[in-house]
Design a protein around this ligand. Structure first.
Ligand code: PRP
Length: 189
């Protein structure tokens, strides 16, 4: 019996974004951020868990001085759709007052997380705040939000891999996949 991961990666048609496409995009985003923040020392905030791979790849490509910090919020649980309710599970450690802050997300779907994070971090009085997201879903936002650095615009499909999970699996995969119906069925038997 093959693992869920083996079932997913066995079919090339499930791949939405290859490692090379992701690498190229991450390098381009890091170059833009390095240029925009030249002479500054921004604090990059990783929104756990989903952005852990994107974040570590992104910061390794930066050529400016920077600090890193981590927050954890949760809205999806094990469901395919956002519950709409956001919990803070880990706060920032670094004082953000007067700092240039970049908040790094893996994906924006309904926009609720970004909307929530912007209001929350703003209260900490940063000098500036911008958002970075590798993926932005088109046509799924239910609130207005701003995201200054966007990687790929994608459709409404549920995506997994490269940090993104279904029931906490597949985060470790280096590519991004569209969740196949058959795998969804197999995982919910
Ligand atoms: C995912 C993702 C974003 C958020 C985006 O996190 O990492 O933070 O959902 O969706 P939204 O635009 O609809 O708010 P999730 O709550 O699944 O937790 P995880 O990062 O631990 O997977």
């Amino acid at each position: 019996m093959s693992s869920f991961t083996e079932q997913l990666v066995s079919e090339h048609k499930n791949v939405l974004l290859t490692r090379e496409q992701i690498n190229q995009k991450v390098r381009a985003m890091a170059a833009q951020i390095s240029q925009d923040y030249k002479g500054e020392v921004p604090v990059l905030i990783c929104v756990l868990n989903g952005s852990f791979l994107f974040f570590t790849d992104l910061v390794r490509e930066l050529t400016i001085d920077c600090e890193v910090d981590f927050v954890k919020i949760s809205s999806y649980g094990d469901a395919l759709k956002s519950s709409g309710k956001i919990d803070v599970l880990k706060n920032v450690d670094c004082p953000l007052e007067g700092r240039h802050v970049l908040i790094v997300e893996d994906i924006i779907d309904t926009g609720l997380s970004v909307h929530f994070l912007r209001r929350w971090i703003k209260k900490l009085n940063p000098a500036s705040m911008r958002f970075v997201s590798l993926l932005v879903k088109e046509g799924t936002a239910i609130v207005d939000y701003e995201c200054e650095y966007r990687g790929f615009t994608i459709g409404k499909e549920f995506v997994i891999g490269y940090g993104l999970d279904y029931k906490q699996l597949f985060r470790n995969l280096p590519e991004i996949y569209i969740m196949p119906e058959a795998l969804l069925d197999a995982m919910n038997k």
